[in-house]
Structures are given as structure tokens and as C-alpha cells.
Design a protein around this ligand. Sequence first.
Ligand code: PLP
Length: 425
Amino acid sequence: MDHFTYRDGILHAEDVPLPAIAEAVGTPAYVYSTATLTRHFRVFEDALAGLDHLICYSVKANSNLAVLRLLGSLGAGMDVVSGGEYRRARAAGIPGERIVFSGVGKTRDEMALALRDGIRQFNVESEPELLALSETASALGLTAPIALRVNPDVDARTHVKIATGKSENKFGIPLARARAVYAEAAALPGIAVVGVDVHIGSQLTDLAPFEAAFTRVADLVRDLRADGHAIARVDLGGGLGIPYRRANEAPPLPFDYGEVIRRTVGPLGCEIEIEPGRLIAGNAGLLLTRVIWLKHGEGRDFLIVDAAMNDLVRPAMYDAWHDIVPVAEPAPGAEMPLVDVVGPVCETGDTFARGRPLPPLGEGDLVAFRSAGAYGAVMASEYNSRPLVPEVLVNGDHFDVVRARPSFDEMLKRDSIPSWIPEIP
Ligand code: PLP
């Protein structure tokens, strides 16, 4: 459930009509709902109620400081995958002891940053990383709490580009090597083994791969304890999918995901960490865009909107589907001609949807791409020299710009022309 609904024929974000945001901020713009973010976080809290747990929101899904502060204020920890995300989480006020650091290629500088400023745990993905972390922590006279991310060789049955739990993926340490690497970790200076970590992929629409992976993790924890390691935590990653096509998709509910956790790793008595991103932020945001015009092509019509693949890359990158809805509610039984919805970027890949039924729309009409709160703004670029898309957070009947649209001057000022290049005659 989210808080984007039609009221009196106009799509609202909570109590704010979307045309008011378009008027004040311009388009394209991302619009997030505080009530929806809050609700999605609490759904996970409820799913894990009674278990010792920490929900470490995956910053990569939506890293706006306001979103991080909001979730942090509700009690969230954070999962970061770069020094930049770590800085964001800290800048939002998240204490270091609530931040886990994931990622397959952490640099020594990133390790030192987190070690100095406070970290709950590093999720270590390889032996070279383990050695580098041991050296970095020892040089600083500090100890790095670690979990090893294991690769359980489970097929997440999701898009190939966001599956991470098969042995051919770059992530994690093969299960078969895990016990040996734990033994190595326990003997290293500057390292304290605290847990086991796994993350098998994103946008999973089936619980069976989670069950398989968590069962393997539970078996490993028993083996590691038998080997003498004090495993106090399991980090189960993120990955629970969301309905992008509201009409015909019903991915598993967080409650049922919680039941899988209880069944598999619950009996271990470990503190449980999860790292959801998409489920918290995805349906809490939409991308608001304005129609530039309708172009009649040879046998198809193109609805050209002012958002483009640089603002929302998921359709171009993953062939992803986003429900696209007009801000003015169509009358019941209204004519719904099929259109291709495209952006202005000079690539055929800048296509959001083909043959989508939409009411007749023309220049100036507002349209919303739903389910765009996760992996939307964070993946935006300035391709085609289009300024980064702004972000707006709605709370009840008011809204705040939580990232302003940069001016063209700001964009141009970041470049510089060396003096040896002559002036244009
Ligand atoms: N944790 C890690 C290590 C990830 O790589 C990801 C994303 O793939 C997540 C958590 C969040 O996944 P999702 O947004 O699908 O919940």
C-alpha cells in the first residue's frame, strides 16, 4: 500500500496534489511519501517482532539525506556499499554502530574512514579484502568487527543483472571455503569475527531462494560454532521484491519473509540483520513528468515526456516496467489509445514503455511513473547535459525540496578549460 491516490480526479501524494509540486519545482521531479516510507519500514519491524534484530536500510536504493534521516529516526540502521554512502549515512545522523559496510571492492581508505568514525560490521567478500582490513585496522590500532559474506550458490530467479547469489557472480566467498576463511580471520590481528552475511539478489518474487540460502547460512553457523567461533549475528541481506505491475503482480509479503527467517535462522538465537532497500523506498516514490508533445509516427504514436533515461534508467538498463499514470484521472470507460512513452534523450533506449494504454494526452499534461522511489534518483546522471533531477519529500499536506535541481551554471562550473587550449577565433 502507498499514499499516492486520486482525489477529486487529481493524483495526490498524501494530501498534496501533484500539480502543485510540478508548479513549484518544475518537472521532471521525484516525489517521495513520508507516510509510505514509514509504513514500509514498520512492516519489516512487525515481520521481525520478537526476534533480536536490526533493519539496516540499503542506502543504495535511495540515498537522499532526508530519507536516511527519516528512516534513522524510526530506528533503522544502514547498509552502505561505498565511502560516499557511509558519509551520507553519518551526515544524516546515523551512529556508526548502526552501519554495516558491504561491497566487493572496498578500498583501504574507505576501510580507514569507517574504522575511525565508527562501524557496526564490515561484510567481507574475499580473502584479499580480509587481509587488507586486518592491516588497515592494525595500523590504526583498532579492531574491525566482521561478517564474511558467503555465496550460497542459490538462484534468486530475478533479473540476471541483479542476481548475486550464484557461484558465477562476483559476490561473496564460496560456501565450501567459508570455514577455512573463518579460521584465517580468527587468527588475524585487528579482526573480530561477529557474524555471517548473505545477500542473494534484488527484486525476488519468490521466497524459496531465500529459504534455501538462509538454511545454508544456518548450517554454516552451526559448523562455525562447532569450530569455536562466536557467531552472534546473521545478516540476511535485502532483496524482497515489490509489485511494479500493480494489476497482476503480488510478490511475497514481508510477514511471510519474516516467517522464513524465523524457520531457518530463528533457532540460532543470533541477532538478525536485514538490508531491505527496494521494498522500503520503491513504492514510496514516483517520477513526475510533463508531456512535451505527442508525435504521430509510422503506425505508432510517441508520447514524448520531459523525463528521460538519465533520470530513470531502470527501463533502459533492466527492461524494467513502471506503471505510468496520468495525473488527471481518466473518466471511467475513457478511450485508451496505445502509445510509446519516450524521453528526449538521443537514444532509442530512452523508451519507458511500448504500446501502453493511456488516455489522450498532449503538451503540458502531467504523467507519473510509479514505483520509482528505489534505484531511481540514485542512478540518475547528467547524460545529454540534463541537470540532475530534483527530489521532493511530501509529509501530509506539505512538501519540501530535499534535493534542488542544479542550475546550468552549476553544471558548467564543474568543468574547466586548460589555458593551453586557444580561444575560439
Ligand atoms: N544489500 C546488498 C549487499 C545489496 O547489494 C543490495 C542490493 O542489491 C541490497 C542490500 C538491497 O536490496 P533490495 O533493494 O532488493 O532490498
